[in-house]
Design a protein around this ligand. Structure first.
Ligand SMILES: Cc1cc2nc3c(=O)[nH]c(=O)nc-3n(C[C@H](O)[C@H](O)[C@H](O)COP(=O)(O)OP(=O)(O)OC[C@H]3O[C@@H](n4cnc5c(N)ncnc54)[C@H](O)[C@@H]3O)c2cc1C
Length: 447
């Protein structure tokens, strides 16, 4: 495709956010008689699903301690439900299985799910939790679990299939997707002013509105926009804390046990909900019986034909290198620095065996292939959805975002003049104003 000299809407990134925005914006423009998909160009330096969206586990859940996140996720789940087949979305549900240290937090989530009409069952008590899990899996054996939140909606989608489907939906609306085109800078006629053109390695493209869905490259684009490297945050103590780095990277730990996915069926022969277990119990190796950790740990897993086995992950770790020095490229499984190693495999498979007897002695089936990838996180690990430089809409999901299919729809509505109350709690100004989201007791930075 020849590059156009000017477009109304230029979207950077052909991942879940860029493509969802493109598709829904095309529909919005048409519905309002303001244009159509031909007004929209998506550019990607690599290809469709080349970033985090193409390697994500694909879990779609509501389970968040923060009310604003829960409401936003409920909206996104309803968008996944509009076309489960098209999006390769499996609405099997999701379970948060927790120790006593998380009981009160999860009870709050269960109550608030009731308040917003999001269907879930909440089980409390050690024996009750164990009995409930055994009605699903006869071989359930995790100890120290005192609550189970069973979300009846949500589940997972097959990562690249959903993104390709979204690209097709957008193209069917007339959206153009230009791959192999890297954005290298922005042009405006005043310092810090509105963007008039986007500079790329294929030439300059004038535009009225920019949308950024750059995932793990959010910091790179942020720097190109000459936005601040550090920010001030008003903490819960009422004090202003300055010089907080705007971005840090975390490394996501995921892998696949290469057994038949049918191994993980429920007692009545169905495919189960996505399982997420957090635990304070000592974790012992299923390989040699050694102690792996006596600190809090957490895992998630699901049978997945797309990955060819039982796929899942464990808590990520913060990358302590200066964010300016972290190599985001080559990304994902091609990265020499950020793919999971033997320690993850050992821990994760042992944790599977801790939970279900059927995984005991299965360590040898772990797929020894590169997996995992890094994510770009904001200072509070929650998204920033906001406009910068007057006409630059940044969708920086802080790595929460495969499940957030609905965010592009809400962004499209905002671009067409309708402010979204679901996106409001995620404005950049919350840091300075101290309007921060509550913090949970989960070991994961995204709960
Ligand atoms: C291993 C892993 C597992 C995950 N699992 C889950 C999960 O189970 N559930 C969940 O909800 N979330 C999950 N996430 C998080 C989720 O994948 C991301 O939050 C989400 O995919 C980000 O989408 P995006 O569209 O913003 O970015 P991406 O999908 O990363 O897309 C960004 C695109 O921008 C392009 N780009 C970047 N810079 C430029 C440039 N200068 N010029 C042109 N193009 C550019 C890239 O090539 C890329 O294709 C996971 C993340 C990882 C890494």
């Amino acid at each position: 495709m020849a590059i156009p000299s000017h477009v109304k809407y230029l979207i950077i990134g052909a991942g879940i956010h860029g493509l969802s925005t493109a598709y829904h914006l095309a529909q919005q423009l048409k519905a309002q008689g303001k244009g159509d998909g031909k007004d929209i160009l998506v550019v990607d330096k690599s290809g469709i699903a080349a970033g985090a969206s193409g390697i994500a586990c694909g879990v779609v859940r509501n389970n968040y301690f923060q009310p604003a996140m829960r409401e936003l996720m409920a909206h996104s789940v309803s968008v996944w439900e509009t076309d489960p087949e098209g999006y390769s979305y499996h609405p099997v549900g999701y379970m948060q299985i927790s120790p006593e240290s998380m009981h009160a937090d999860v009870a709050t989530i269960a109550q608030q799910q009731k308040d917003i009409g999001y269907e879930s069952t909440f089980i409390e008590g050690e024996k009750e939790s164990s009995d409930y899990m055994k009605t699903l899996f006869h071989d359930w054996q995790a100890t120290g679990i005192t609550s189970v939140l069973h979300e009846k909606r949500g589940g997972y989608a097959n990562n690249t299939k959903a993104i390709y489907a979204l690209a097709t939906k957008a193209e069917n609306e007339g959206v153009r997707i230009l791959t192999g085109c890297t954005v290298t800078g922005f042009k405006s006629d005043s310092a810090g002013g509105a963007i008039q053109a986007v500079e790329t390695d294929k030439g300059e493209i004038g535009c009225d509105q920019v949308v950024i869905g750059a995932g793990p490259w959010a910091k790179t684009v942020w720097d190109m926009l000459e936005l601040p490297k550090t920010i001030s945050i008003k903490g819960a103590d009422g004090q202003m804390h300055s010089n907080i780095p705007m971005w840090i990277y975390w490394s996501l730990q995921e892998g696949t046990l290469g057994v038949d996915p049918e191994l993980q069926k429920t007692n009545d022969g169905q495919f189960p909900p996505v399982i997420h277990v957090d635990s304070n119990e000592p974790l012992y190796s299923t390989y040699d019986g050694s102690l792996i950790t006596d600190e809090m740990w957490g895992i998630y897993y699901k049978p997945d034909f797309h990955f060819g086995g039982i796929q899942g992950g464990a808590a990520p770790y913060a990358i302590d290198t200066d964010p300016d020095d972290v190599a985001v490229d080559p990304y994902g499984v091609d990265s020499p620095d950020f793919v999971v190693g033997e320690d993850f495999a050992h821990m994760w498979v042992s944790a599977l065996a801790h939970c279900q007897k059927r995984f005991e002695g299965q360590f040898e089936h772990y797929k020894n292939e590169p997996s995992g990838g890094i994510g770009s996180f904001t200072p509070d690990s929650f998204p920033v959805f906001d406009v910068f430089r007057e006409n630059c809409y940044l969708i920086a999901d802080s790595n929460h975002g495969y499940k957030m299919l609905g965010v592009g729809k809400l962004v499209a509505e905002e671009l067409c003049g309708q402010t979204s109350s679901l996106l409001e709690p995620f404005r950049f100004s919350r840091y300075e104003q101290g309007k921060l989201h509550p913090v949970s007791s989960s070991p994961f930075p995204w709960s």
